[in-house]
Structure formats: C-alpha cells, structure tokens
Design a binder for this molecule. Structure first.
Ligand code: CTP
Ligand code: C5P
Length: 381
C-alpha cells in the first residue's frame, strides 16, 4: 500500500518473475492560465491518488485554437505550475487531446481531471480516449473559482468579491460575471462564483510543520493578489534567505487602501489558498498587520524580513511599515528579477477585453449546450 492508502500497481512482470513495486505515476493536463487555487486543489487531489504527479501544460497556440487566447504566455504558465507544491514534473506543450501514447510516453498509469467537461474546438471530449481505455479518474472541481470568473471580475471592476466592515470576511453571494447568457442560464462550471472557504481546505493546503530548532525564519508581507510569476520569483528568492518562509497577507480593506480601485481582485481567503499552494511557503498569517511589529517578529521568531522589487507604500500615518525590522538590523530588500504586477495583469486583460469577453461567452455557451443535451438524454451533471 502507498502512503495514500492506495494499492500500488505492480510492474516488472514481463518475465513472470517476482513483481516489484513502483510508484503510481499520475498524469494531469490543462491550460493552467492565471493559475488559481482551483487548479492547485485539482493537482492536490490528483497527487493524493498516486505517488508522482506529471502535469502537461498546453501551448499558447493550442489554447488559442480551442478556446481563445490565454492571459499568460506558455513560459509563464509552465513556471507557475512548477511552483505548485504537489507537482513533481511539468511537460511543456502537452497535446490538447490526451492520448494513451502520451500516458505511456511519460509512464503514467492514468489521467486525472476535474468533473467538468473539456472539449476541443470541434466539440469533442478531450479525454474520450483515456476514458474508454479505463485510464481516467475524476476529482471534484473547486467551486467558485475559474480563470473565466477572475477575468470577469477584472473586466467588470466588481467589488463584490470582498466586503468591508462587518462583511469583511463574507464571500460573494452573486455571480461576478455577466458575460454570456442571462444570470438564470449560467453554466455550473464557468458561471459560478461562490467560493466557500473552510478550515478543512486550509488544512489540506498547509504543510502543518513548525520551524525546526535552528531554522532561519523569513517573513514577507503583502497582498499577493492574483498570485503571479512575479510573486513566485520573489518567494523563491525570499526562501533562499532562510529555511522557513512565513507570508503575512494583508486584509482586503488594507489592500484596498493602498491599491485603490476594486483591489484586491481575490479576497483574503482566496489569497491564502493561492499562497499556501506555493512550494516555497511554509506558513501564512491570515490578515497580517501592515506595519511589521516587534511583537509579530518575536512571536514568529523572525530572523529576517524581506521586501521585493516593488516600492514600499507608507502606512496611513506616513511611517515606513518596515521601520522596526530595519531598526533591528533584520530587513533586506531582494530583487525578484521579475516585472510582473497584479496591475499589469489587469491591464493585459482590459487591453484585450473584446477577445476575453468572446472567449468567456463561447466557453459558457458550449457548457450550457452540453448540459441541455445531457438533460435531453435524461442525464444530470
Ligand atoms: N479545475 C478545478 N477547479 C477549478 C478550475 C479548474 O478543479 N475551479 C481543474 C480542471 O477541472 C482541470 C484543471 O483544473 O482538471 C485544469 O483546468 P484548465 O484546463 O486550466 O481549465 P479551467 O480553469 O477549467 O478553464 P478556464 O481557464 O476556461 O476557466
Ligand atoms: O504587491 P504585493 O503586495 O502583492 O507584493 C508582495 C511582495 O512581492 C512584495 O515584497 C513585492 O515587492 C514582491 N514582488 C516582487 N516582484 C514582483 C511582484 C511582487 O518582488 N514582480
């Protein structure tokens, strides 16, 4: 039995001699555009079905052909998937339709996908081959988040995903996208935007490990909104400064004070999961104070506080939020070497507004047609 309690398949049977165990290799594939905790959660579940997780990521060309242009380039998407802690290996340029040859080429036992349906431009189920060969497993899709929905939030500049005052931690009750059909005819996959955070999900995403004696503890803080390649490069550099990396996440109202407009695009709970899914992160402070205090530093036994490439915004009283670690000689600025920011992502989307709106409309239309045809056949989703 594996650590996950699954029977391991046997190999080395070619000459009929004693079998020896080998790890179960699991295959996942997808676009992984604007990687979010929904993607990460599907990879977490897939990894739990085996021992080694191989993830195939499609090229920009393939995605453009089948569902419209991705927001992130293939190089950015490959890097983001590599940054997820359950991923062991990334295969660049994986084919859009998953074939048995692909599974065999990478020595994978089966393919895992969320319980939504992915189709080619021609309307063919991209997993039909692995399904009929019995080499397909499904995991539960994470409700309330999709690339499509995040794009919708940015295009519409909605603020419903975070609430202030007494509703600060409440989640969105309405759809934040209105693209496609009217709200009564939304797809259950693309058109839904009600993420329900639970402590269980946080536990599933956490390492649950305290720092070991002698570990050098690194602390960073920020919004980490729409977790992107700039954040990933920064966290990699920050982690190199020590052994245990704590990320303090500012609350939604604090982020809104210094970023303005409808920022953050993702609410605090969503940002917690995105950051926890990153392989460099050991622990997250959910709602960190803007000013790094002495008590926070002694509570977490912080050895060094790090800030990245972006400029530091003053606190509301005009003071430097890093005043105390600087005075203690425990502050360091590192260069992530990456120019990406959350604002640049929003700009990219707004600049290509028409293309993304059309992509969203087509995706939802396809899904609604599929549901209608399943209903006609007496099947449910
Ligand atoms: N996935 C998931 N939960 C989500 C979103 C995605 O489990 N909320 C899973 C999908 O089911 C799939 C994998 O993540 O197994 C990769 O999905 P991808 O191909 O990137 O597409 P989506 O994010 O589903 O689609 P879109 O970008 O069009 O929103
Ligand atoms: O802007 P935000 O608060 O999300 O940034 C969190 C941390 O990531 C900050 O220290 C910031 O300087 C760093 N960062 C970086 N390079 C980027 C984007 C963010 O070093 N391209």
């Amino acid at each position: 039995m594996s650590e996950n309690g699954h029977e391991k398949p046997l190999n080395g049977l070619s000459n009929g001699s004693a079998a020896h165990e080998r790890p179960i290799r699991v295959w996942c594939d997808g676009c992984y555009d604007m990687v979010h905790f929904g993607h990460a959660n599907s990879l977490r579940q897939a990894k739990a079905l085996g021992d080694y997780l191989v993830v195939g990521v499609h090229t920009d060309e393939e995605i453009t052909k089948h569902k419209g242009p991705p927001v992130f380039t293939q190089q950015e998407r490959y890097k983001m998937v590599r940054g997820i802690k359950w991923v062991d290996e990334v295969i660049e340029g994986a084919p859009y339709v998953t074939t048995l040859d692909t599974l065999d080429k990478y020595d994978c036992d089966f393919c895992v996908h969320g319980d939504d349906i992915t189709m080619t431009a021609e309307g063919v189920d991209t997993y039909h081959m692995v399904k009929s060969a019995g080499r397909y497993k499904e995991v539960q899709r994470t409700e309330g988040v999709s690339t499509t929905d995040l794009v919708g939030r940015m295009l519409l500049l909605t603020r419903n995903h975070f609430k202030q005052g007494q509703y600060e931690y409440s989640v969105e009750k309405e759809h934040s996208t209105t693209m496609g059909q009217d709200s009564s005819a939304r797809s259950p996959w693309t058109g839904c935007s009600q993420f329900l955070p639970t402590t269980q999900k946080i536990i599933q995403f956490s390492d649950g490990k305290a720092p070991k004696i002698g570990d050098r503890v690194v602390y960073v803080a920020g919004a980490f909104d729409l977790f992107h390649v700039g954040h990933l490069d920064f966290l990699e550099k920050a982690r190199e400064q020590g052994d245990y990396l704590i990320v303090g996440l500012h609350t939604d109202p604090i982020v809104n004070i210094y970023k303005g407009s409808n920022f953050p695009i993702m609410n605090l709970h969503e940002r917690v999961l995105s950051v926890l899914a990153c392989k460099y992160v050991s622990e997250v402070v959910i709602g960190a104070p803007y000013k790094v205090s002495e008590s926070l530093m002694s509570h977490f036994k912080v050895d060094i506080v790090i800030h990245g490439k972006t400029s530091v915004m003053k606190d509301v009283d005009g003071s430097d939020p890093y005043e105390i670690p600087k005075r203690l000689g425990k502050f360091k600025a590192v260069d992530s070497g990456n120019e990406m920011t959350t604002e640049k992502i929003v700009d990219r989307i707004i600049r290509n507004r028409m293309e993304f709106q059309e992509r969203n409309r087509l995706k939802e239309k396809k899904e609604i047609e599929l549901i209608k045809s399943l209903k006609l056949k007496g099947l449910t989703v």
